[in-house]
Ligand binder design. Structure first.
Ligand SMILES: *[C@@H]1O[C@H](CO)[C@@H](O)[C@H](O)[C@H]1NC(C)=O
Ligand SMILES: *[C@@H]1O[C@H](CO)[C@@H](O)[C@H](O)[C@H]1NC(C)=O
Ligand SMILES: *[C@@H]1O[C@H](CO)[C@@H](O)[C@H](O)[C@H]1NC(C)=O
Ligand SMILES: *[C@@H]1O[C@H](CO)[C@@H](O)[C@H](O)[C@H]1NC(C)=O
Ligand SMILES: *[C@@H]1O[C@H](CO)[C@@H](O)[C@H](O)[C@H]1NC(C)=O
Length: 881
């Protein structure tokens, strides 16, 4: 048998293949030829518009010019290394005035006509030279033009710098044409602005940038680039804009031009030229119209002196708050301090909120000087400041240090110390979400909390540190929280578990966490109180649990009282309903024989879990939830009501109010409860969460005597639970564009919130009535501005709304089991939208403004709870008659 030889490629064939393939991936180097002046036509287009308002006019600006380029110098040993002279000539500005007529403006575009030089090697810009006189916005347009010449001649991904910063770009090469796609999300530019990692109230940005070049023999024939940015608020896409710009360059003619200058370096050429050129950066710099520090000065002079009252829940006040934050951002420390010192009444806390919202070095320095934590008289302002800091959307390390520094000094009231610790947790949590977890200042704060917990001896102190860790949500503290949950019983264990419960599910879906939770729920080694076991089971159920876990929990409910199991079953059933809706094919567990038995059993209890839709727009929906746990003797033990916002795969606990009662049996009767807290003093307390931040819990009364004295001393006026202004949205970014233009995008969303509670306990009637009234006003503002110095355009929008929600409960202890009726009602909600577009050509004194708005009211309504509540309300209300 003959051995067949494999067909093999000859070396020449291989060489040919390589050549052909490399020819595909490479293109001739781009270069200018000596002695030729290239005459290009250049066009730059800018469009700016509201994304949600097709009937609003849009900005449409065109700049037309001729561009002349010629070679000054090239490297003798590498001809593609060149220094090129570029000059913009005969520029005109055209503006479409929104009546379908294009108006041509002959305006002085400043130094636009002054040439720049660029140094490049085979299509890569390595240096840019300009003269001193150039104004920076005009210079940016030249940077944009020069950036348009930058093209690589081989396929692949490159990191390169141009006017918009240092970005990753992808090149595709084909015959005579080069395409480039810039990944704008990868760009790193000079730091500017701020934004928060607040996913529901966050801002979405969708940017694209594409360029294409055609060339013949390395000479650029056309170069075009198109870039678009769509920016909108996730909570409402009504507030958003699209900014698009396009550049187009086309070779019109090549005529004889200046000869190349023979020199051996770029530096020597620069010395020879008549104008003084200096190297400038290719990337553009942030530009913002200067707002100035005089605004607050003027305000101090003109504001009414005697003003002491404010209605926080009014839109006008929230609008004032937004304006005040902006004003304080540019103000001097001395003026801010004066503002705080001279203010009276309710204006002091209002200005503190605004100074925290502004978060400038000057405003923090003024707060630091104004607030003296050793002064007892200022205690309510200290609390105001601390909560304001906890709710700040993007706290800085200066803010964190200010809080830490205040707590290190003398603190007159222990309650302020407690609040401060809880607040440090919240600030740390936010900074970690903003990827600032590793900086030294945050490390120190984290250590303060962990060491504080280790050193705490009193139960009340341990609980405060656990709340702080709940706010901080640090993955490294999970083992510590497990340890506190497992080793301590009672309230400490409950608080540690509640802290774990607030962690994102992914963080707590680990073997260690689940194993500890099972030990607690099934009381493997020691006994736990029912509330702890209940939370342990709940956490297990939200993590990726097995069917076995579920069945074991249901079996384990046997030794928990009927009320607790009723609540848990109510949650399981609700969870199953949601799951079944999500994956219909899954065999429903509710048919499982164990579950059947227990869901029948559960019908005897009254505890329940309920959740229903509150509002829904296409961007965000919200739900209200209620979680009621009764004692076996039918008294309320715990009620948790919450309002949660959902949007873009995220959720945010806007508000959660949890009222916990212990030992009420001693007040109302039979004392035969089987619960853990028998023989305890009657205590009622409240803990609240606001925008995912846990606040320090408060105790309404502890013990019979305390209750009686509070009932008699109460004025009957509602107690203020929360009152203040906070920024929900605070965003300032710049979009540097390929064309050299830059857009500044700003969002500010202020919330004025007043929560008050009215508790009316009648021991005689054995009845209690509570009302939690939440009044809020929202003002979301949005601006996109583009400023070329000779032309400015601003897009503005504002959405505002005002609402009030009442949550009432009536409880009658005289009947058995206790009767309770809950009502949730939202009042009418007036809201308003305003859209503005304005353009101006300052030199021509031309300004054009278009405004459009709309007003509406969402009518108030009642929100239903579970059906047994409706029945009880009916019997309570008829009993009253
Ligand atoms: C636009 O320009 C045309 C022609 O100059 C003028 O008649 C029209 O009123 C202008 N429209 C606006 C909105 O400025
Ligand atoms: C971004 O915009 C492009 C083009 O308009 C669109 O196809 C894409 O889906 C958008 N991406 C996101 C995340 O919105
Ligand atoms: C010219 O190119 C050569 C080869 O790349 C390089 O070594 C030399 O430094 C360049 N000369 C100048 C003046 O840039
Ligand atoms: C339901 O519970 C009863 C009483 O505890 C028990 O005898 C019965 O076996 C249970 N049924 C099922 C299907 O588990
Ligand atoms: C623009 O307005 C200002 C003040 O109103 C005036 O002094 C100036 O002469 C005007 N310029 C033009 C070009 O009309």
């Amino acid at each position: 048998m003959a051995i067949k030889s494999h067909p093999s490629l000859s070396y020449t064939q291989i060489a040919l293949l390589l050549f052909c393939c490399s020819a595909k991936a490479f293109s001739e180097a781009l270069s200018f030829q000596p002695g030729i002046s290239y005459q290009y036509h250049y066009m730059l287009d800018l469009k700016v518009k509201h994304i949600s308002q097709p009937s609003m006019p849009e900005t449409n600006l065109k700049i037309d010019a001729n561009v002349q380029t010629y070679l000054l110098w090239r490297n003798k040993s590498q001809l593609e290394e060149q220094l090129v002279h570029v000059q913009i000539k005969d520029s005109t500005v055209h503006r479409n005035n929104n009546s379908n007529s294009v108006i041509k403006h002959v305006i002085d575009t400043g130094n636009l006509g002054r040439p720049v030089l660029f140094h490049w090697i085979s299509g890569k810009i390595v240096g840019l030279y300009g003269t001193k006189e150039d104004k920076s916005r005009i210079l940016d347009l030249k940077r944009g033009l020069v950036s348009l010449f930058q093209f690589q001649t081989f396929s692949g991904i490159q990191t390169e710098e141009d006017v918009s910063g240092t970005c990753s770009v992808t090149y595709q090469i084909s015959d005579g044409s080069i395409k480039k796609t810039k990944d704008l999300s990868s760009c790193t530019a000079l730091p500017f602005g701020y934004q928060a990692d607040n996913t529901v109230f966050g801002v979405s940005l969708n940017s694209t940038s594409k360029s294409e070049l055609s060339h013949v023999g390395g000479t650029i024939q056309t170069a075009a680039s198109e870039e678009s940015h769509i920016v909108y608020l996730r909570a409402t896409s009504l507030l958003g804009s699209e900014v698009a710009s396009r550049q187009y360059l086309e070779l019109k003619s090549s005529i004889p031009g200046p000869a190349e200058i023979p020199e051996d370096s770029v530096q020597n050429i620069l010395k020879l030229l008549p104008e003084k050129y200096q190297k400038i950066e290719i990337a553009s710099h942030p530009q913002r119209r200067n707002e100035g520090s005089h605004l607050l000065k003027n305000y101090l002079k003109t504001s009414p002196k005697k003003l002491t009252k404010l209605t926080i829940s009014k839109v006008s006040t929230t609008r004032q708050f937004n304006a005040m934050v902006k004003m304080l951002r540019h103000a001097k420390k001395r003026d801010i301090l004066q503002l705080l010192q001279k203010a009276a009444g309710e204006l002091v806390p209002f200005y503190i909120d605004a100074a925290v919202g502004a978060q400038s070095s000057a405003s923090l320095a003024a707060l630091s000087e104004f607030l003296d934590f050793s002064k007892k008289k200022q205690v309510s302002l200290h609390e105001k400041f601390l909560y304001s800091a906890a709710l700040a959307p993007h706290p800085t390390k200066e803010m964190l240090n200010l809080v830490l520094e205040k707590l290190k000094g003398k603190v007159s009231d222990p309650v302020i110390m407690e609040t401060g610790i809880v607040v440090i947790g919240a600030i740390v949590g936010k900074m970690c979400k903003m990827k600032l977890c590793e900086i030294k200042d945050v490390d120190i704060a984290k250590a303060t909390l962990v060491e504080g917990l280790h050193e705490a001896e009193e139960e009340s102190e341990i609980k405060i540190y656990l709340l702080a860790l709940k706010n901080a949500q640090l993955p490294e503290t999970i083992p510590l929280l497990l340890q506190y949950a497992e080793e301590n019983g009672g309230a400490v264990s409950r608080k540690a578990l509640a802290a774990l419960q607030s962690f994102p599910t992914e963080m707590i879906s680990t073997k260690e966490v689940k194993s500890t939770l099972r030990k607690i729920f099934h009381q493997t080694y020691q006994e736990y109180d029912k509330a702890s076991r209940l939370i342990a089971a709940e956490i297990l159920l939200v993590t990726e649990h097995s069917q076995m876990d579920l069945i074991n929990i249901i079996l384990g409910l046997e030794d928990i009282n009927t009320e607790a199991s009723k609540l848990l079953l109510s949650k399981i059933q609700r969870g199953q309903q949601i799951k079944n809706r999500l994956r219909k094919t899954e065999k429903t567990l509710l048919t499982n024989k164990h579950l059947y038995n227990y869901s029948k059993l559960s019908q005897s209890g009254r505890s329940t879990f309920f959740s229903g839709p509150l509002t829904a727009t296409k961007d965000v929906s919200s739900t209200y939830g209620l979680d009621l746990l009764f004692t076996e003797s039918g008294l309320l033990k715990q009620s948790i009501s919450d309002i949660t916002l959902f949007g873009h795969n995220n959720h945010l606990k806007a508000m959660q109010v949890s009222i916990e009662a212990e030992g009420l049996e001693s007040l109302f009767g039979d004392g035969t409860d089987d619960d853990d807290d028998e023989h305890k003093d009657a205590t009622v307390g409240m803990s609240a969460m606001l925008f995912d931040v846990q606040l320090r819990p408060v105790v309404f009364f502890q013990g019979y005597m305390d209750l009686v004295s509070k009932v008699f001393s109460s004025s009957g006026d509602p107690i203020s639970v929360v009152k203040g202004d906070v920024l929900l949205i605070d965003y300032l970014q710049r979009l540097p564009m390929q064309s050299g233009l830059q857009a500044i995008v700003e969002y500010q969303g202020g919330l004025g919130l007043e929560v008050s509670a009215n508790i009316d306990v009648s021991i005689w009637e054995q009845e209690s009535k509570t009302n939690i009234n939440t009044k809020a006003s929202l003002v979301f503002e949005f601006t996109t501005e583009v400023d070329t110095s000779f032309f400015q355009t601003d897009i503005k929008a504002q959405v505002d709304a005002e609402t009030a929600v009442d949550f009432d409960s009536i409880m009658k202890f005289s009947s058995f089991p206790m009767l309770m009726c809950l009502e949730l009602r939202q009042n009418n909600m007036p809201y308003r939208e305003t859209y503005i577009l304005s353009e101006s050509l300052p030199e021509k004194n031309i300004t054009y403004t278009k405004r459009k708005g709309r007003k509406a009211t969402l009518w108030g309504r009642d929100f239903p709870f579970h059906s047994s509540n409706s029945e009880m309300c009916r019997s309570l209300l008829t009993a009253d008659e």
